[in-house]
Design a protein around this ligand. Structure first.
Ligand code: DOR
Ligand code: ZN
Length: 346
């Protein structure tokens, strides 16, 4: 039985780092294990322009813990007023690694997102020309569509149309949560990939709702039925390079999670690697963990995998802090509801 596993240092292809005291408090949780991360731009106000992305990157770099070797990969928040020239400049200088599409109203701080997808066509065409990936929050916001169906409907109504109208556009379906999403990614010839979060490999909707409401398990897209969780576990551990890790680790202070109108987001930066090792071992596919966390995403983004490594060692259950105490307030660390045996040696 495998007791030790050395992997190239992992990357997180979808991460929320926030700003200010929260950024300072939670950044070490990611830099401890991860070499790079695609940083989400849904701040208030959002990171729309190259200038704003450069300033945000500076703030992240200033908040880095002593000795950390971590590279934030910046994204631009797509709005109906985004200037294609500005996106091209941000990509050309190496500042922006991707553009993020939030349908307006789909999730946290998405009000400046896109309502009319035709309005962003010039930006998408320019991105297709240079191969700059579009990261997509794939949920419709139509109030008549059930929240558990919003991803599947988005694929039919929006995503497939965008991809047909913009051949060559490279798309990442972020935090895919359904069997339909997995099947759609598998059906594409090229230019389509998906990130899978740690928590969606663990949670189904019963975990959120049975035996009392669990606000720390509420995220968007919301966890679905068990059959979808099983499809995600199969995809993540399949070895198919179109699936890779994007934790969507999304810190909110406890006061805003444990609230009458609680925020969406699971904070998994701290214990993600231990959880994933447990999942891959359970699936009998520990040998595919490195592809999922450290190779597939880099390949899709056209970057070299990291040279540095981390080692996971199996032993007595490893414990993680229940909360990370930040200057903005305490943030609860995701509880996978099972013992974790894989210790991470940085
Ligand atoms: O659960 C989520 N939290 N999903 C998102 O799409 C946004 C994120 C956040 O920013 O809190
Ligand atoms: Zn996210």
């Amino acid at each position: 039985m495998t007791q030790s596993l050395t992997l190239r240092r992992p990357d997180d292809w979808h991460l929320h780092l926030r700003d200010g005291a929260m950024l300072e408090g939670i950044l070490p949780e990611t830099t401890r294990h991860f070499a790079r991360a695609i940083v989400m731009p849904n701040l208030v106000p959002p990171v729309v322009t190259a200038r704003q992305a450069a300033d945000y990157r500076d703030r992240i770099l200033r908040a880095m813990p002593e000795g950390a070797t971590f590279t934030p990969l910046m994204t631009l928040y797509l709005t109906e007023d985004t200037d294609p020239e500005d996106v091209m400049a941000a990509a050309g200088s190496g500042l922006a690694a991707a553009v993020k599409l939030y349908p307006a109203g789909a999730t946290t701080n998405s009000n400046s997102g896109v309502r009319d997808f035709d309005k962003v066509r010039p930006v998408l065409e320019a991105m297709a020309d240079i191969g700059l990936p579009l990261c997509v929050h794939g949920e419709v916001t139509d109030p008549t569509v059930d929240i558990f169906d919003r991803e599947a409907v988005f694929i039919d109504r929006v995503l497939d149309r965008i991809r047909r109208k913009t051949p060559g556009l490279r798309v990442v379906m972020e935090h895919v949560t359904t069997q339909e999403g997995v099947a759609y990614v598998r059906s594409a010839d090229e230019g389509l990939a998906a990130t899978i979060t740690t928590h969606h490999l663990i949670l189904n909707r019963n975990h959120i709702l049975v035996g009392g409401i669990k606000p720390h398990y509420y995220c968007l897209p919301v966890a679905k039925r068990e059959l979808h969780r099983l499809a995600l576990r199969e995809a993540a551990t399949s070895g198919d390079a179109r699936f890779f890790l994007g934790t969507d680790s999304a810190p909110h202070i406890d006061a805003l999670k444990e609230h009458a109108c609680g925020c969406a987001g699971c904070f998994t930066a701290t214990n993600t690697m231990s959880i994933l090792a447990e999942v891959f071992e359970d699936m009998g596919r520990l040998d595919r963990l490195e592809g999922f966390t450290s190779l597939n995403g880099a390949a899709f983004y056209g970057m070299a995998p990291n040279e540095a490594t981390i080692t996971l060692r199996k032993g007595d259950p490893v414990t993680y802090p229940a909360k990370i105490l930040t200057g903005a307030g305490p943030v609860t660390v995701f509880d996978p509801g099972m013992p974790l045996h894989w210790h991470v040696e940085p």
